[in-house]
Design a protein around this ligand. Structure first.
Ligand code: SF4
Length: 210
């Protein structure tokens, strides 16, 4: 219904939904163009970035499938293609020998770093907003994303500092890490707190739980 211009003329939420749809289309084009310039499909590019930014414990085919919203079979094909290009390597998980862990090769890490420039045009546009507008938009979008997560449409993939399970500096002298994850009930080293995590839950309340 948000696609109906007459509806959008008197239905602000529908107009906002269409605006977000157009932004998502633009992001899809940015991803496609940047990935293509590096000889990659959009899924391959997104998988490389996930393997750079995802929490180490979820860097496997299941994690890629969940992060990209694709089937396991498709994710497996994406990983095989990246391995064939020398960008990803596989190894048996030390914790569970049945799980194949994925890691970027040095070439894959370089490629992922280059790909991350894909959102720069959008960042530059947002930088044109006043700081208080940026903060307001950040909070509102976080609630919109929270609403999508609450409906099971996407997973949150927040970092620890945005997660309600995070207990910063809970045990500052613990050699395994000064922070704590209440979800895993485990210490967290500082360098792990900036990885994207599928188990995170946002601190903010989601918008519109109807
Ligand atoms: S559940 Fe939250 S606190 Fe735990 S690792 Fe994930 S993001 Fe960090």
């Amino acid at each position: 219904m948000a696609f109906d211009p007459q509806r959008r003329a008197h239905d602000l939420p529908a107009d906002l939904a269409m605006a977000l749809f157009r932004v998502s289309q633009a992001i899809g084009l940015l991803v496609r163009d940047v990935a293509g310039a590096h000889g990659l499909s959009p899924a391959q590019a997104n998988a490389l970035i996930f393997l750079r930014r995802g929490r180490p414990g979820v860097r496997n085919v299941t994690g890629v499938a969940q992060r990209l919203g694709i089937t396991l079979a498709t994710a497996s094909g994406v990983i095989e293609a990246l391995a064939a290009k020398g960008l990803v390597e596989k190894s048996r998980s030390a914790a569970d020998g049945r799980v194949v862990s994925l890691a970027l090769t040095p070439a894959g890490a370089q490629q992922a770093a280059r790909l991350e420039a894909m959102l720069e045009p959008l960042r530059q546009i947002l930088a044109g907003l006043a700081p208080d507008e940026q903060r307001q938009l950040q909070q509102l979008l976080a609630r919109v994303i929270g609403g999508l997560v609450a409906r099971g449409i996407i997973r949150p993939y927040l970092i620890c500092w945005q997660c309600r399970f995070f207990r910063p500096f809970a045990h500052p002298d613990n050699p395994a890490g000064p922070h704590h994850c209440a979800f895993m009930d485990a210490p967290l080293p500082a360098e792990h707190t900036y990885f994207e995590c599928p188990d995170a839950e946002p601190i903010l309340e989601p918008l519109n739980s109807q």
